[in-house]
Design a binder for this molecule. Structure first.
Ligand code: URA
Length: 443
């Protein structure tokens, strides 16, 4: 088999066989097929798509590119969640400790920033000392001891996704249902969780811009997961504006901590409760959404979820002092504001522009393997639907370079739209696909 023939075959819109897909994934993982050929093939997939059978073959080849985990000896039932990528999406930082505090073991394999969307690994690495590179043995040990573990792909676990993900990030090959579905589901399959809640984002700050696309992605992933015997639910959630107020690695960790302390943004807190609620329901721990929400609210109010966050951070080598002292994380040198040009209602916040601006400030990568600046980003002071007076601050910009700060302010200013009439706030959850069949009562 020759890689060039497979690139051409996909370029011509033909379906690849399971053997051909295995050849590409195996060869790339072992370093035998170079980045430039895989980049060309990825672009052909973006442009020509894949059949359902090809997506499943790709997912399984990626999932088995390293070892897969059997979590049963460590925890009888493990839950996981995954977002399809968005701007200001720090949900895992709250949901994982919250669900773990409810007594459900959480094991998650996650990724770095991708295109304009942030990544949980980069956010976690804002915490001094935090280690996301766990071996299989360490992953299992943390799960057994603490009931919570979040790590990246390693040489042991789904290495193909780690390599493909880094390449897609810098080659314009992110926005593709086959590539996103296989990337997400290969990690989920390799990491071994029994139940998975997928948070599929839709809108300008997501890779899926329309509800139809988001539903198609959700259905593809639910089908793959169920095909390998996992319980899967997909929440389709809004990404027409950034989630919460903060965009940027350390700034988002700070906002996640505030949310665990009960003082997070309303939209972000509501989404965390919705996703965590689906995880609890899918695991069969509670019977109804109301019961589940009551349990989760109590874990937030009592500080138990925050305690779990501290335990999780310490367990992976991080400094849990960031809870009381977020200034232990990187902070940008310059902070300036974008103000309202007129009085009126904030009608739109172009989330993609916010994500791209975070990348150009240094919070994401333009080239593979680039180091990033954890301190930069933005903090919104208002969300869509808010009434704002002329001259009031709308966005706080955190930068380490004066030139980039000015450029960011101009871009962010053009990313805001205004109305003289009141504006409806966007719905947060657009739909839920699947869902568990829980027994009665909370166990
Ligand atoms: N999250 C992933 O893990 N992979 C993608 O391709 C997009 C979001």
């Amino acid at each position: 088999m020759r890689m060039i023939d497979l690139i051409v075959k996909k370029r011509e819109g033909l379906a690849l066989s399971g053997e051909e897909i295995e050849y590409i994934i195996g060869g790339f993982t072992r370093g035998e097929i170079p980045d430039y050929q895989v980049s060309a093939w990825l672009m052909a997939v973006v442009l020509k798509g894949m059949e359902e059978r090809e997506i499943t073959d790709l997912t399984l080849a990626m999932a088995h590119s390293g070892q897969t985990l059997d979590l049963k000896p460590v925890a009888p039932f493990v839950v996981d969640k995954h977002s399809s990528g968005g701007v200001g999406d720090k949900t895992t930082l709250v949901v994982a400790p919250l669900v773990a505090a409810a007594g459900l073991p959480v094991a998650k394999m996650t990724g770095r920033g991708l295109g304009f969307s942030g990544g949980t690994l980069d956010k976690l690495e804002s915490i001094p000392g935090f280690n996301v590179n766990l071996t299989k043995a360490e992953f299992l040990e943390n799960l057994a001891r603490h009931g919570i573990v979040v790590a990246g792909q390693s040489a042991d676990l789904a290495p193909a996704d780690g390599k493909l993900y880094a390449l897609r990030d810098v080659t314009g090959t992110v926005e593709s249902i086959p590539l996103i579905a296989s990337s997400i589901m290969s990690k989920k399959i390799a990491a071994g969780a029994d139940a998975i809640v997928l948070d599929v984002k839709v809108g300008r700050g997501a890779f899926m811009k329309t509800l139809e696309e988001a539903e198609a992605l959700a259905q593809t992933m639910v089908k793959i997961g169920r095909g390998v015997g996992r319980r899967v639910t997909a929440v389709i959630s809004d990404m027409s504006q950034p989630l919460g107020y903060a965009v940027g690695n350390a700034l988002e960790v700070k906002e996640a901590i505030a949310t665990l302390q009960g003082s997070g943004p309303a939209d972000f807190t509501a989404l965390c409760l919705a996703v965590a609620g689906q995880m609890v329901l899918l695991a069969g721990k509670c019977a109804t959404a109301e019961e589940t929400e009551g349990v989760l609210q109590e874990l937030l109010a009592s500080g138990k979820a925050l305690d779990k966050f501290r335990e999780f951070v310490r367990a992976q080598g991080g400094d849990a002092g960031v809870v009381e002292h977020p200034e232990l994380m990187a902070q940008a040198r310059y902070v300036d504001t974008v103000t309202a040009p007129q009085s009126g209602y904030l009608a739109g916040i172009n989330a993609q522009m916010f994500g791209l601006t975070a990348v150009t400030l240094g919070g994401g990568r333009a080239k593979k393997g680039e180091t990033i600046d954890h301190g930069v980003g933005m903090v919104l002071q208002h969300k869509v639907g808010d009434r704002v007076e002329q001259g009031e601050a709308v966005v706080e910009v955190h930068a380490n370079d004066r030139g980039k700060l000015l450029e960011a302010k101009a871009n962010l200013s053009s990313a805001l739209s205004w109305s003289r009439q009141p504006v409806k706030r966007p719905a947060l959850v657009h739909g839920i696909l699947g869902g568990g069949k829980p027994p009665g009562g909370c166990s």
